[in-house]
Design a protein around this ligand. Structure first.
Ligand SMILES: C[C@@](CO)(OP(=O)(O)O)[C@H](O)COP(=O)(O)OP(=O)(O)OC[C@H]1O[C@@H](n2ccc(N)nc2=O)[C@H](O)[C@@H]1O
Ligand SMILES: Nc1ncnc2c1ncn2[C@@H]1O[C@H](COP(=O)(O)OP(=O)(O)O)[C@@H](O)[C@H]1O
Length: 280
């Protein structure tokens, strides 16, 4: 049994308020890319991390996969989970929710293996992004990430993800944000094509963490400039708390071609959206 853990991309991210406990109220349109980590059942016990980005987790004392496994085992009255192999392809701490996607993949995989449902609210307790990653299809979220609503009907488009290979902690970026809040974004029910979608996203939405992230990690500005200069790029913006940025293109093929034109030394991937995961 293998479960995909697709990368989460925030097409916009508005910070619209702050709760008494310090967590921020958000409004975000999220899509899931055709690249991600993957998680497989393995013989024995424990978690083995392999793949091109595994080194980023070498010092991680409590992988989110193990936290998710323990939480579901406890809720389902099961002994601690089976052996798992995580193939890590997404850079760690990079604003595309790799850890959250891995936790969500663990919940889906084990719920299926054990024939149980993921209890409501369990994903949200593991992290603000885990509820969205459990669904892993285009959606809009509110609250601190747990309030899920439908996305507008999306046209075909391509996504190019690029990261300057500098990890950026989410809490640090929220703390560095300038004071003030945005309004929720006005969105249509549907976009006819990628050009209309990019035009509306560019005009009426933003990533409210982008300026703070650039302040902490100036190379992000170079990534945005490089993406924006690629042939066919309709919009270049940062995802989540960074440092990964995305370029929006008319087609997945154009995004793939753009990836080949970026400087060596940056992590990049181009293509389309993930076709969708099976619910638990
Ligand atoms: C910013 C976003 C946007 O999708 O993405 P990433 O940059 O992490 O990918 C998410 O809200 C991140 O979700 P996630 O990565 O699960 O965050 P958590 O582990 O729950 O929280 C990490 C820290 O971020 C801050 N945080 C997170 C979510 C939120 N709504 N308000 C916050 O202030 C808090 O300081 C919190 O302690
Ligand atoms: N399986 C995992 N993959 C990535 N990060 C993990 C994982 N397990 C725990 N973490 C921790 O979660 C933090 C956030 O990771 P990640 O989800 O990749 O970033 P972001 O929240 O910026 O999208 C990392 O800094 C790492 O310490």
């Amino acid at each position: 049994m293998i479960e995909a853990a697709p990368a989460k991309v925030n097409l916009f991210l508005h910070v619209i308020g702050k709760r008494d406990d310090g967590l921020h109220l958000l409004d975000s349109l999220v899509v899931f890319a055709g690249i991600g980590d993957s998680l497989a059942l393995a013989p024995g016990a424990g978690l083995l991390v392999v793949g091109p980005e595994a080194a980023g987790l070498a010092a991680e004392p409590d992988n989110l996969v193990l936290r998710a496994t323990r939480a579901l085992a406890e809720a389902a009255g099961r002994p601690p989970g089976p052996g798992l192999t995580l193939t890590k392809r997404l850079p760690v701490a990079s604003g595309i929710g790799g850890g959250s996607a891995d936790a969500a993949a663990a919940l889906r995989l084990l719920a299926r293996a054990w024939g149980v449902a993921v209890p409501p609210g369990l994903a949200a307790r593991l992290g603000a992004d885990v509820t969205a990653c459990l669904i892993s299809q285009p959606l809009r979220f509110g609250g601190i990430g747990e309030a899920i609503a439908p996305a507008p009907a999306l046209p075909e488009f391509g996504l190019l993800l690029c990261n300057p290979r500098i990890p950026l902690g989410t809490a640090a970026v929220f703390s560095a944000r300038a004071p003030g809040f945005s309004a929720p974004a006005p969105l249509p029910a549907a976009w006819a094509d990628a050009t209309a979608m990019a035009r509306d996203l560019g005009a009426a939405t933003r990533n409210d963490l982008q300026a703070a992230a650039i302040g902490l990690c100036p190379p992000i500005a170079g990534v945005l400039a490089a993406l924006g200069a690629l042939p066919g790029c309709l919009l270049a913006r940062m995802s989540g708390s960074g440092a990964t940025c995305f370029g929006l293109f008319p087609t997945p093929a154009m995004a793939r071609a753009g990836a080949g034109l970026l400087p060596d030394g940056w992590w990049s991937w181009g293509g389309g959206l993930h076709p969708g995961v099976r619910a638990g």
